[in-house]
Design a protein around this ligand. Sequence first.
Ligand SMILES: C[S@@+](CC[C@H](N)C(=O)[O-])C[C@H]1O[C@@H](n2cnc3c(N)ncnc32)[C@H](O)[C@@H]1O
Length: 518
Amino acid sequence: MENQNQSHSNENDIKTEKGNEQEQQQLKISEEEEEIGTEINDGQVTKSDVEFIKEFLENKPKEFIEFLNNNNIPLDSYNISSIPRFIRIKPNNNNNNNNNGNELISIIESEIKTKLIPLNWLPNFYKLEDSSVNISSSKSYKSGIFYGMDASSGAAILALNPKPGDNVLDICCAPGTKLCMISDLLEGNGTITGVDISESRLGTCKTILKKYKIPNARLFICDGTKFNSLAPNSSETIPMEKVQAKKKLKLNNNNNITTTTTTTTTTSINNFKEKEDEKEDEKEDEKEDEKEDEKDNNNNNNNNNNNNNNNNNNNNNNNNNNNNNNNNNNNNNNNNNNNNNNNNNSIVSDLVEKKRKSKRASKKKTFDLEDLYFCNTFFMRYSVGGGLYDKVIVDAECSLDASIRHLLKYSKISRNLDLEKSKQLINLQKGLIENGFKLLKPGGHLVYSTCSFSKDQNESVVQYLLNKYPDTSKLIPSFTTQNDIIIPFSPGFIENTFRFYPKNGTSGMFISKIEKIK
Ligand SMILES: C[S@@+](CC[C@H](N)C(=O)[O-])C[C@H]1O[C@@H](n2cnc3c(N)ncnc32)[C@H](O)[C@@H]1O
């Protein structure tokens, strides 16, 4: 099985955009990351994938069966005859109601050499008739017209229902597929704030943001249980060409920042050292300070000159009145002027120093726990303070047992299934959902999703939040069903929670939606 896994990971090599070499280096995703970030892979289903999954499901490993039993997950949840694969066409390219839309679909079909079957319950999503085709070499894929995304992930965003003008917070955002869909639904009006703890996964997210030209988005590298920047204020936005909002962080030791326990992530976050940027910032600060000093000095000199001029005038008058006293007066006046100038200078430099100190302190404060990693387009560097978020999605780190693509690399997810790891995950998930809820506006909606079927990581986490905030939180339906449109979900273990099972034709997913009562 190990060998098979090896071959899967080779076949699923990341095929992200080809930027310049430096960029690529930065975005290179480790094997660990690649395993999780399958949505940005081509997603091509190979013959060996099909064979592997068939064999896996026929002879489920013992610990997997135990996990399913412990979590009341029906054994038939994974009954599949093929591995489904979907794409999403970005809506501005996809006007399905007219000929141009149909024309585009035909073009894509001919490029990727399979038929696209539209999903009537999920706009802009298509199932690939043949899952084994390659999509990443097609022209339309390369130019960002469509991307691979599982329908169950799309369902989470359908539940979130972002609307133009919303400020959306995406906690656990990397590699960024959901973020991409959120952006489309905002139609360029509104903002997205993505938070993730993994720098390398955020690197992929950054590529996606760039490729799909996602506007008004910022990415923070931060522990989502601690993140506390408010939504950006639209009045803080400035034109794109003026923005230089890019922050590259460095780890100062070999900590594994993707570790998911709350305690270790916190330590890891505190271990980020902004070496290069710190230096750059200091230089920038110094330059700014110098400029300000220069300005202040000029002002002082002007004031002093004015004083001197006035004094000279007075002296001239005195000259006219009493020549004998002139020299004395002159001397006294000059002394007084010098004293005044010295006093003025020291007051000014105290003020300048105070201003500098508070400026530095405020920067430090902003970056104690979180760092703006990348900012696409409009936000001012370090801008904070617009208010709570209209919509929050917490697509939490989980044991990944529901996802077919992750089952393909079973040997790597099997380590998530033991009790100790589960406990760590559950603690993390509780921290993530609670923090997301704190950052949500009254009247706003939070979607909590995972690609696990574990009750402890799903319904129990949601119940934890409901119990902790009984007066302000309530579960509401994730989907509004329309007449003849059937969304392929099954009910979860508590009312208004939903599960997408592979047996119903998508990858596995848990979805719930919570309203913050006003
Ligand atoms: C299921 S993936 C998210 C997928 C993503 N929403 C998407 O649609 O592309 C879970 C993410 O949680 C991140 N993560 C793990 N622990 C975290 C923490 N404490 N704070 C923030 N993100 C965390 C992982 O790095 C990973 O990127």
